[in-house]
Ligand binder design. Structure first.
Ligand code: ARG
Length: 593
């Protein structure tokens, strides 16, 4: 479906043309003065210069063409030449009825379904997930869902850190604790045990212990580096241990991401492309891109227009070892070959901005990506505590993701109990705990996504879990409220599928309708800008408009059955749109709250 703003603009453009002016002047925008009008057109001011006429005259002439318009109920001219517009209720209700019947509420399918890879999450194997991993997971999941909903073929890839020093550290620590393990016997040629020699709980404790020790003990660190080296060079015992670490850790990661309702199509990692590195290095050398500098192999990526220093992209260290860079480049090469993506979107902490700039330039310059393939980096800001510094535990340590989620769920449960107590109804504790989990997730995700990704924000558990204001629980509360009204209506014998939206009878109803009508434009923008916060702002406006309308309108008590049915249709559309939007953000609504 055409966007409502485009339909309105077309009508205004016709009026300008009919009055003898350039039709393009008739472009309509949202109103800057919602107290005066719903939409506005400033074209008369722009036309004044072109036509050497007073803007007021031009505006009046255009307005005169619209007396019989099916679109505008009111076109008023305000000095110096604004056209203030109000839409006909019938035009708006007709648009909403069309939305109801159209797939995806009138969002048009893209001309061609593109292949898009979203690289997000970025968990590191053997290390616990911490709050720093929360934002890329939440934002990436939403971006992935938006791209997919719009109609593209989307692949979400976690791109695990599974090949670095942390693996050598874990192996070294294991060797200290259990030196007799068969994995460390260099003469062993038999099969290795199928069971890992550690549990996830042990693994979680091993890495921090090893990491701490390596910082104090240089010999220990050297050993860990040696172990990493051996692993990377394919030593059997090390590889076998590595596979155990992978299996135990990935299983746990999946559980953690599942609890966030974050799901990856590919569980690829840095290790998966190691075999491609020698070939890639050859290619970069043969193409004349890579050269030696202080023993290391680098590719220059600075450009004349740079205003900041962009250092060369390092491909191999002087000892021949590959780096994080190397792996990302090899992954790009691998993805090009396997999926021919039109676009690759990376979501990581914005402290990696320069890093991705280097990688993207290097991939482009060396032809690892096609000219047509877009590379996008979404650098997210930090989630801070109330002190404005990265969020920590009360003791000042790095907060584990699991613990953060648990804190939120507990706070959510407290709020649910409090809410029930003030409203004077009984709750079933098991049910309330389940609801708290669902609403708690919405609280975290909405609290995160409602901020522009690049901005830092303060994690304020009390605000995020509040039922009022610009929060996830408020949105869910609105959805639950709508569902409950629809349920009661159905209980009275009303049909939820037959009613059609009717012309608005009051301002609050019309405001809600005007908000809903923006749906396709909002989703398109959220997709183009890879910006979930656009959807948050949209549903917050809708929730406000709905609650205002509902406050003023006694829907279920209405005795005019047709009128009532029209409102029910509007409620249903509002609920369906809200639910579709939260699905794109990555959370869901409970049945009751
Ligand atoms: N594992 C990395 C980290 O914890 C994030 C990976 C991001 N993705 C990528 N393709 N480099 O910082």
């Amino acid at each position: 479906m055409q966007k409502i703003i485009d339909l309105i603009s077309e009508e205004m453009k016709k009026a300008f043309a009919a009055a003898g002016y350039d039709g393009e002047l008739g472009k309509v925008t949202l109103s800057n003065r919602p107290d005066l009008c719903e939409y506005q057109c400033n074209g008369a001011m722009a036309g004044a210069k072109q036509y050497h006429k007073a803007p007021l005259v031009i505006a009046k002439e255009a307005a005169a063409q619209l007396a019989e318009s099916e679109v505008f109920a009111e076109v008023s001219v305000a000095p110096p030449g604004f056209l203030n517009l109000k839409l006909k209720a019938s035009f708006v209700s007709d648009y909403l009825r069309q939305m109801r019947n159209a797939p995806k509420f009138g969002l048009e399918a893209p001309a061609r379904a593109e292949t898009i890879i979203v690289d997000y999450g970025g968990a590191n194997v053997a290390k616990p997930l911490h709050v720093g991993h929360l934002r890329p997971a939440i934002i990436g999941e939403s971006v992935k869902r938006i791209c997919r909903y719009v109609g593209h073929d989307v692949i979400g890839d976690i791109h695990m850190g599974d090949w670095g020093l942390q693996m050598g550290l874990v192996i070294t620590e294991l060797r200290k604790r259990q030196p007799d393990l068969v994995y460390f016997d260099e003469n062993y040629t038999g099969e290795y045990p199928a069971e890992a020699p550690f549990t996830i709980a042990e693994l979680e404790e091993i890495y921090p212990a090893a990491s701490a020790r390596s910082k104090e003990d240089a010999a220990y660190k050297a050993e860990a580096m040696e172990a990493t080296h051996r692993l990377q060079n394919g030593e059997r015992g090390h590889r076998a241990l590595w596979r155990h670490i992978m299996r135990v850790s990935v299983e746990d990661l999946k559980k953690n991401y599942d609890s966030l309702d974050v799901h990856f199509d590919l569980w690829k990692g840095e290790s998966d492309v190691q075999d491609l590195i020698p070939g890639m290095v050859d290619l970069l050398k043969k193409g004349g891109y890579a050269y030696e500098s202080d023993g290391a192999l680098v590719v220059d990526v600075k450009e004349e227009t740079d205003t900041k220093e962009v250092p060369p992209c390092m491909i191999l260290k002087s000892d021949g070892a590959s780096l994080y860079n190397t792996t990302d480049l090899a992954t790009i090469m691998d993805r090009m070959e396997k999926y021919h993506p039109d676009k690759m979107i990376y979501v990581t902490d914005k402290r990696q901005d320069l890093y991705f700039e280097q990688i993207f330039r290097c991939a482009r310059k060396t032809g690892l990506v096609d000219e047509k393939t877009q590379l996008v980096h979404i650098g997210n800001g930090t989630m801070n505590g109330r002190d404005g510094k990265p969020f920590k535990t009360r003791e000042g340590g790095v907060m584990r993701l699991e613990h953060l989620i648990r804190e939120i769920d507990e706070e959510m449960l407290r709020k649910i109990q409090e809410n029930a107590a003030t409203k004077g109804y009984e709750i079933d504790m098991a049910e309330a705990a389940e609801t708290a989990g669902i609403v708690g997730l919405a609280a975290v995700k909405y609290g995160d996504l409602s901020n522009q990704a690049a901005k830092d924000y303060i994690f304020d558990i009390d605000r995020f879990t509040s039922f009022e204001g610009d929060t996830g629980p408020y949105i869910l509360y609105t959805i639950v409220r709508i569902k409950s009204i629809l349920h009661k209506y159905a209980g009275q014998g009303g049909s939820l599928t037959d009613p059609l939206v009717r012309d608005a009878v009051n301002d609050s109803e019309k405001s809600l309708m005007l908000e809903l009508a923006k749906y396709n434009a909002v989703i398109e923008t959220a997709y183009e800008e890879a910006a979930p916060h656009r959807i948050c702002a949209f549903i917050y406006d809708i929730a406000n408009a709905f609650n205002h309308f509902y406050h003023e309108t006694k829907v279920l008590a209405e005795t005019d059955e047709e009128k009532k049915a029209g409102w029910i249709a509007l409620l249903k559309l509002t609920g369906d749109i809200l639910e579709t939007c939260i699905e794109l953000l990555g959370f869901a609504a409970p049945e009751k709250m």
